[in-house]
Design a protein around this ligand. Structure first.
Ligand code: HEC
Length: 411
């Protein structure tokens, strides 16, 4: 397919995807909020209701009643919320196919870790998504279903182990998207295969005057509950392509799982804030501790760079200073060691022939690197937009030399 068409469909489907996700998650948050805030006192509730509330919006007061499912008490249209979820999944699947499965070599795989074929990467991604659903479903049907904490621990540990496995060949950016897609698929599949059908089952049983299946109710509840808790981590994973400082960190997987756990705790506090008076303190403490933990992991020294023979490469004093500048001046936000999607990777470029957008080429020697850092747009690399800021006088001569020394040391 032509790159222009891919790019255009990316615009269309990404927009639909974000919009549908806002509608889905928005509904989910509002329903959870209502569940938490309903007045449940049986004396105050209208006849037959288990909860009620008043909400001010759009120049009117909405009076809402919650009843248990009783088909005979629903004379008018019953609204079912499911298409927001299906549309999010469908547009997400199209995006995954059009953006990533068409270019597995550049966007999914990390050439410094593997020489796996593109079709293989695509196959692993697709099968993992399918298997993730069956594995998740199995856990909630197994004896673990009555022990939610144990079930969640098993699922989290499995996901963590799996993410280390795919980190062996995918680039960090795609690893995060892949686990995001896997969790999001279980969320939509929960709606499609468990929550909606089980609610229908209960309705039919009631209409026929039969006792309704308690397990169906329990399953629907557990699935809604896990969907509710993973919303924040999934949103984070879906946005993570914009956070190179996270996916570019050598310890990005522990970092992301710490963030995910923190978001689950914060969501839990939002769910129980009526019954738990210290919810705000716990949320703030989680935020502060989470940020602290992430920063601590980020400051763990990077693993030693090895040469072809597996021996550690000694960096010169100058290159080490360059490395610090490179991080401090934000070069790393665009120039990732492994991914070249935003800006060319600078690993191993010293002394090689660089193709330019103008059609000519140039050898990446000291003079070229100096010019590229200070006046980047003078020679724009082939295949990239002239998006690098012109640092011009922002760096001293010493600083430029240190950064060049660092780029030279990147092998
Ligand atoms: C906003 C993103 C961004 C930032 C920040 C950034 N760059 Fe770049 N850089 C680019 C892009 C895009 C290109 C390719 C287009 C071009 O050559 O101008 C590039 C090109 C380069 C090149 C030439 C690479 C080649 O393929 O020949 C070098 C060297 C370079 N950058 C070094 C740096 C250094 C050092 C810093 C930090 C002081 C930095 N960049 C910060 C986006 C960025």
């Amino acid at each position: 397919m032509s790159p222009e068409l891919i790019e255009f469909s990316n615009v269309v489907f990404r927009f639909v995807h974000v919009l549908a996700a806002i509608m889905w998650i928005g509904n989910s948050l509002l329903f959870t909020w209502m569940e938490v805030n309903f007045i449940k006192d049986p004396k105050k509730n209208p006849e037959g209701a288990v909860g009620h509330m008043n909400m001010l919006h759009a120049g009117g007061v909405y009076f809402l009643e919650k009843r248990v499912i009783d088909p005979s008490a629903i004379p008018e249209r019953l609204h079912v919320f499911k298409w927001q979820s299906y549309m999010t999944w469908i547009s997400g699947a199209i995006l995954l196919i059009m953006t990533f499965y068409t270019r597995p070599g550049t966007l999914m795989l990390d050439p410094s870790k593997t020489d796996m074929a593109g079709w293989m990467a695509t196959a692993i991604s697709i099968f993992s998504i399918i298997i993730a659903w069956f594995a998740y479903d199995l856990v909630w049907r197994s004896p673990l279903k009555t022990k939610p904490l144990a079930a969640i621990t098993v699922l989290t540990v499995s996901l963590f182990t799996y993410s280390y496995w795919i980190d062996g060949f995918f680039n960090g950016r795609f690893v995060l998207l892949q686990i995001g897609a896997m969790i999001a698929t279980t969320m939509s599949a929960n709606v499609r295969f468990i929550i909606i059908p089980n609610q229908k089952k209960i309705m039919t049983a009631l209409l026929e005057g039969k006792p309704h299946d308690l397990d169906a109710g329990h399953q629907a509840k557990m699935r809604s509950l896990t969907n509710n808790y993973v919303t924040f981590p999934v949103i984070f994973l879906m946005l993570s392509a914009h956070f190179p400082s996270i996916y570019g960190d050598p310890y990005y997987l522990p970092i992301v799982f710490v963030i995910g756990a923190g978001l689950v705790v914060i969501k839990h506090m939002m769910n129980i804030y009526n019954e738990f008076s210290e919810w705000l303190e716990v949320s703030i403490a989680t935020f502060v501790l989470g940020v602290g933990a992430v920063l601590m992991i980020m400051f763990i020294p990077d693993p030693v760079v090895k040469d072809d023979k597996g021996l550690p490469i000694q960096m010169t004093e100058e290159a080490l200073l360059g490395q610090k500048l490179y991080a401090a001046k934000g070069c790393v936000a665009c120039h990732q060691p492994v991914s070249s999607s935003i800006a060319p990777s600078l690993v191993g470029i010293y002394g090689t022939k660089r193709r330019l957008a103008s059609g000519s080429s140039v050898i990446a020697d000291d003079a070229y690197l100096r010019e590229s850092i200070l006046w980047s747009n003078a020679k724009v690399s082939y295949g990239y937009a002239p998006a690098m800021p012109g640092y011009g006088e922002a760096f001293s001569e010493d600083e430029v030399s240190q950064m060049i020394a660092y780029i030279k040391s990147l092998k």
